[in-house]
Ligand binder design. Structure first.
Ligand code: GDP
Ligand code: MN
Ligand code: MN
Length: 251
């Protein structure tokens, strides 16, 4: 009986920060969220990349792009505006798939469709690039929170082999990207040999679930009660030399 009572004590709280305005270039997101939520040390703040990008002025006019022949050819093939394809290519260091959609590696290491460039929740004819370096953004936001919190910048992405989109982490600070279970014993005393858990992605997916995708206006989520590893220069972006999928895509 008492074991059941103990197991039903909440171990994690998720808070949807309400009342954020439409974010404009130059807006101080750390100050805005602090004015709406009382942060404690150990909280994990998740922010939709959309608002981080807006605050960093990552809006672009399609007219400013001049498509190369390559962009024009890809655009023709996938039925997109050549200027949009040019924008994607300019944010990319590698094109993994160029048909029936554009899957690229961004300059900061994330692999995503259309380099994560958004046309929804932008508000006018402009496009919105991802933050230039979401890890750097997360670090700056964390420093401005004034508490020992972690910050994760999220984006909604498709996943290979699975239907439906989910949130992933594209930048983080104050939290290790990965939790290494190797060497830890399972229930029967056998040490785990392989398991490295992408905790920033798991948290990002949970945050994305609470944010919504359309007109909810809730791009900031806080988790309290997560016991997470703080340090580590690790990343969820897989190094190309370890990736077994990329070489097969090139064939
Ligand atoms: P993404 O996943 O980073 O591409 O962002 P989404 O476009 O899916 O938006 C995630 C959440 O943030 C949704 O609830 C949107 O309504 C909300 N959102 C997007 N931009 C803004 C903004 O400027 N202000 C506010 N308050 N909410 C926004
Ligand atoms: Mn997005
Ligand atoms: Mn989204």
């Amino acid at each position: 009986m008492s074991a059941n009572v103990a197991s039903s004590v909440p171990s994690l709280q998720g808070y949807v920060i309400r009342g954020l305005p439409i974010i404009k270039q130059g807006d101080d997101i750390a100050s805005l969220v602090k004015s709406l939520f009382d942060f404690q040390d150990g909280d994990v703040l998740c922010l939709a990349s959309t608002i981080v990008a807006k605050s960093e002025g990552r809006f672009r006019d399609l007219e400013s792009y001049h498509p190369t022949d390559r962009a024009a050819a890809i655009a023709q093939n996938i039925g997109k505006d050549p200027r949009f394809v040019q924008a994607v290519l300019e944010e990319s260091v590698d094109v993994l798939i160029d048909h029936p959609f554009l899957l690229v590696q961004t300059r900061f290491g994330h692999v995503g469709v259309n380099a994560g460039i958004d046309q929804s929740n932008v508000g006018d004819a402009r496009i919105l690039l991802l933050p230039e370096d979401p890890g750097r953004s997360a670090k700056r936001l964390r420093a401005n929170l004034g508490k020992d919190c972690a910050v994760i910048v999220t984006d909604t992405c498709g996943r290979p082999f699975r239907s439906g989109v989910a949130g992933v982490a594209i930048g983080w600070a104050g939290i290790a990207a990965l939790r290494d279970w190797r060497g830890i014993c399972d229930l029967h005393g056998k040490a785990l040999e392989i398991t490295v858990e992408a905790i920033v992605d798991e948290i990002a997916a949970m945050a994305n679930l609470l944010m919504g995708e359309a007109g909810d206006g809730t791009p900031a989520i806080v988790f309290r009660g997560l016991n997470y590893p703080r340090s580590g220069g690790d990343s969820v972006f897989m190094a190309e030399e370890k990736d077994v999928i990329r070489p097969r895509l090139r064939r």
